[in-house]
Design a binder for this molecule. Structure first.
Ligand SMILES: [Zn+2]
Length: 459
């Protein structure tokens, strides 16, 4: 029975072996189903020990409130950001100065919103790993430096913010450690953002700085709370995590909005494509994890640091635990009616934070190894038996993949590798019944984020 279930290789006939070999070579030639074993190395290199050490260190600064002390070397947000910068600097030294590390800061005046009760410098810590082919194109991973307790303006009480958001910050540092051992085509940016709890000020500042610098932002993976596995709903899961993405950009024109009534695309904005990419990469390389696409910008009436990037017209998603515990976030540390309140270390599951860091790292790696997405994707084929697509060629692409799906499906379920062409007809696929997109494919099989058509052609 056992040998029937698990035949050893001697049981396979030479002809069968030949067939399997042929199929495998065809698969690799066609560009389908390739996996890059470097991504498994990346998953394995994310260290639970270092994640634990860094979350512990960050929680140990007492408070990291945006308005807290900046002079002490042991307590407050000043000490925390200097420590983060120093960690990025150390990582850079170990990879032959492969990171550009700097502070990006904005002065925010007292009264800029109800939560800025005194003048403050909102200071982000940025580390850039330059890509070889597209140094000005960036995929970003962010965590937050700052923390808070029950009163958002209380900047002196103990506020360890172990999960919110030392977990995301530690993840960004660890991703930099692991990925700095590789070279990429696009640039990767690892950032610690401040001012999140006071009104998303750090993200606003960095998004504006990105525009000033003329950076091409491929997207941002914003990590906010990636360490809790026991939900207030009673569910405990170290597999589930959520990917939040808004349906379409808030910056789109009225013309685009009107066109969508006729051509579709209600759930196909740039952030949603980034979310689908992360979902697919996770399913492929970390099948033990359960990514949940959530079709909304963020949790109900709540915010996160991907939003200011979305506001600036950039793709951005929030990656976070699936089961939140509200007694362990934004709370004064206390015991009330037998419930222990507070965002303290003992509630963080380091193994889970390690897994979600690996989710980020493989997506950063895969996107940074791939060509950028095709530009100017056009679609045609109305009242014809076949859908047609055209796109602008992408430097560094060895070919392209056309994706399509049922209009009700959340994921790109069908695809065909079409080689190095810039237009293609999907014979017998009627345009009315599916949604379509195009991805570019690099030499080693890595794919760009799928680009949804932005205009229509007729022939
Ligand atoms: Zn928070």
């Amino acid at each position: 029975m056992l040998s029937y279930l698990y035949p050893d290789s001697n049981c396979i006939s030479p002809l069968m072996k030949k067939t399997i070999y042929l199929l495998l070579s065809l698969a690799s030639l066609s560009g389908f189903s390739q996996v890059d074993t470097r991504l498994y190395d990346i998953i394995n290199n994310v260290s639970e020990e270092r994640i634990k050490t860094d979350i512990t260190k960050l929680a140990g600064f007492g408070t990291r409130h945006t308005l807290s002390d900046t002079l002490s070397d042991t307590r407050g947000i000043g000490a925390a950001r200097r420590w983060i910068k120093n960690e990025f600097d150390k990582i850079s030294q170990e990879c032959g100065n492969c990171l550009e590390v700097f502070y990006q800061k904005d002065f925010v005046k007292k009264g800029t919103g109800a939560r800025i009760v005194k003048d403050v410098w909102v200071v982000n810590v940025v580390a850039i790993q330059r890509g070889k082919s597209n140094p000005n194109s960036f995929i970003i991973m962010s965590g937050d430096i700052d923390s808070r307790v029950s009163d958002p303006n209380d900047y002196t009480s103990d506020s360890p913010g172990a999960n919110d958001n030392a977990s995301g910050m530690a993840g960004a540092i660890e991703a930099a450690r692991v990925l700095s051992q590789f070279e990429f085509e696009n640039s990767i940016m690892y950032v610690g953002l401040s001012g999140e709890e006071q009104g998303l000020f750090g993200g606003k500042g960095l998004a504006a700085y990105a525009k000033e610098q003329g950076w091409e932002i491929i997207g941002i993976l914003n990590n906010d709370m990636i360490g809790n596995i026991k939900g207030v709903d009673g569910v405990i899961s170290n597999r589930d995590f959520r990917i939040f993405s808004e349906p379409v950009p808030p910056t789109e024109s009225e013309e685009t909005r009107r066109a969508r009534r006729f051509y579709g695309g209600e759930v196909d904005g740039i952030s949603r494509q980034l979310a689908r990419y992360v979902h697919k990469t996770t399913k492929t390389y970390m099948p033990e994890m359960n990514p949940i696409l959530v079709y909304r910008l963020d949790r109900f009436a709540r915010g996160g640091h991907h939003r200011p990037f979305n506001d600036a017209g950039f793709a951005g998603i929030r990656i976070m635990e699936a089961h939140e515990n509200y007694t362990q976030q934004h709370q004064d540390i206390r015991i009330e009616n037998g419930i222990e309140y507070g965002d303290v270390l003992k509630h963080v599951n380091f193994k889970y934070a390690t897994k979600l860091t690996a989710v980020n790292a493989i997506n950063l790696g895969s996107i940074a190894w791939a060509p950028v997405s095709p530009d100017n994707v056009q679609i045609g084929g109305a009242v014809q038996p076949s859908a047609k697509l055209k796109w602008a060629p992408v430097p560094g692409a060895k070919g392209y993949k056309i994706y399509w799906r049922d209009t009700t499906s959340p994921t790109w379920d069908h695809s065909i590798y079409v080689g190095n062409v810039s237009e293609y007809t999907l014979n017998g696929i009627v345009i009315d019944n599916f949604l379509f997109g195009v991805a570019s494919v690099g030499e080693d099989g890595h794919e760009s984020i799928v680009a949804f058509p932005t205009s229509v052609f007729r022939d």
